[in-house]
Design a protein around this ligand. Sequence first.
Ligand code: KIV
Ligand code: ZN
Length: 530
Amino acid sequence: MSDGEINVSAVRDRVIVFDTTLRDGEQSPGATLTAEEKLEVADALFKLQVDVIEAGFPAASPGDFEAVREIARRSAGTGVTIAGLARANKSDIERAAQAVAPAEKARIHTFIATSDIHLKYKLRMTREQVIERVREAVTLARSYVEDVEFSCEDATRSDREYMAEVFSVAVECGATTLNVPDTVGYTTPFEYYELISYLKENVRGAENVIFSVHCHDDLGMATANTLIAVKAGARQVEVTMNGIGERAGNTSLEEVVMALATRGNELGGAQTRVVTERLVPTSRLVSGLTGLAVQANKAIVGSNAFAHEAGIHQDGMLKERTTYEIMNPADVGWEGKSLVLGKHSGRAGFRAALSDLGIKLDDEAMQSAYERFLELADRKKHVTGADIEALIADQQVVSGSAIHLDDFSVTSGKGGDANAMVVVSRDGQQFAGRGTGNGPIDALLGAIDSALGLETELVYFQVEAVTPGEDAQGQVHVRVRHDGQTYSGHGLATDTVEASAKAYLAAIGHIASDQSEVVLAATSSTSRWT
Ligand code: KIV
Ligand code: ZN
């Protein structure tokens, strides 16, 4: 059997990681990704070695369909299964089947709600009608692919006996994975443990299928619920990077993977095959592309996750790391912090650092990364692995971005207005603008608006430091609204004002590529830089 292939008896000690960052995660408000960005996330998930990537909801839009199809094509040789989501109806299932067809390992994930509240108000169907629909949907999906996942939406508010019957029908019709979603983040660990145990005992044919869990974090219990379900015998966990997703988000991939790695025995001993050293770089890429910043105190991937502030802790750490650390930061990808380069390190040193960090670049990307490294080394005495990872993630994020920050200057003083001027370019054409504001960033963003002749509303702004220290690189995440849509942007620089401008330009770049009718600077010929 090839590495990564799943069969029921083989997964007794293995937990299948089903990543839904590109489907449920992308449903986070403001997290919409372009097609190119989805491919970058998929590539990172291949390297992370998740087992299944739910690449999207093909029936939702032509863009979603194309993205799933392209990811399915790229999955060749990775051992990763590509899943497409489909409601339990003919057209969704056919669309999902077409989208996942190019994958070596293709899955259709079909679902329908089973709680009385959803049946009565949303579906307006009887319990018997839902069972009939499940029969048709799973049979149809199974006619296209051998790997069919079926979910009872709102499982944790559904009648257990009825749900056991629905799942039994799904198994009869060929479902290979049964997913039990806590759609509204309502369940508790004890209750979920009992539910999974009950279904394993009462679904006909349960011994031949994999039970899967999918939790939302509305009450902050998604990780706890997922782990207890593993203890109850679930062998697939549906998770997202950084826990992004609908409302309060989904279960965090990094938390579940590291909890199983660190406390696996307590949880029944099953493990994942995830390459844990890729967790931090993947987290950075996802937060950069979605514009959803990771909170500093986030477990595993937050910038403070391994920082020790209290003197008593620092003293203990210096004597013996394990006094206050239950995981080795290097095991989750923070090792880059200890690696230090400077401007005299040269191309060979830079190349060696990339290889230590597990980063492979083609010649062109290497050259541009090296040039950016030299610029950084001019401004920052010690360039760490974390700096390099951030720089590479930023390079991937901005590679498709169409608007460049060529020059800017800002003057500000205490209590007064700030003034800014900026020069940006797009497709080789330069535009200049001036702005005033109640601070340097406000003034600079105003100058960009005037240069490009575009009005947007800034709805989210966050700055975080990549590494500690006064010359740390600042990462800025912004979200802007334009024409009722939200767009994200991410910028990186040692100067926070510059990082803010880059983030804002990245978001405007998304507006321009999404809305072809937006002609930047069309109204401001006077602002053209001559
Ligand atoms: O939360 C949910 O119920 C879902 C299903 C589509 C699995 O995302
Ligand atoms: Zn969900």
